[in-house]
Design a protein around this ligand. Sequence first.
Ligand code: SF4
Length: 214
Amino acid sequence: MARDLKTTAAPWVPEAHKLPLLREAAPSCRGCDLYQHATQVVFGEGPSDAKVVMVGEQPGDEEDRKGHPFVGPAGRLLSRAMHDASLDREKVYVTNAVKHFKFLERGKRRIHAKPSGMEISACKPWLEAELDAIEPELIVCLGATAAQSLMGGTFRITAQRGKFFPHPWAKQIVATIHPSAILRMPERYDEEYALFVKDLELIAAHLRELERAS
Ligand code: SF4
């Protein structure tokens, strides 16, 4: 019970929600046990005035080694899909619901392990502080972990993918699949990639509408 009470990043999150301060403080976080085996914290990156924040699940193996989000295979797929959907990645802030890599060791390989509800909840103060600092027009959840972190445990990508909802941390929030899910379906890659690009095109169009209305 005592461990549960301590499982939160809140004591390590600076009161002033400024991105440089948050980024500087994040490596010292001991809000859950994931820092113990990861190489380093992987904080969000992108412009502080980004209109769109994309939230993934957690850093992957390559992100953990390099210290940057979405630079591995899923990140490269995301960049290509954004380009195909005419969404400028340079203008988007990208981050994860959980800031340390969780994995299982299989010989020399490190296999992605899904973060638990407790770890997602523990790390949420960092995500909320990033969103508070940026005040985006639109939050895009990539995958169920990000969606459930920001929209509750009952949210289902299969039922609510591509639907826009109001949200306390942005004008709207929407969810689609995580690009790593497409990489795990080689037999349906073309079909799933096309659906992903279509989601991103809808997001680009919706963003234009939000900007026109503001
Ligand atoms: S995963 Fe999040 S809460 Fe856990 S130690 Fe890392 S930054 Fe802190």
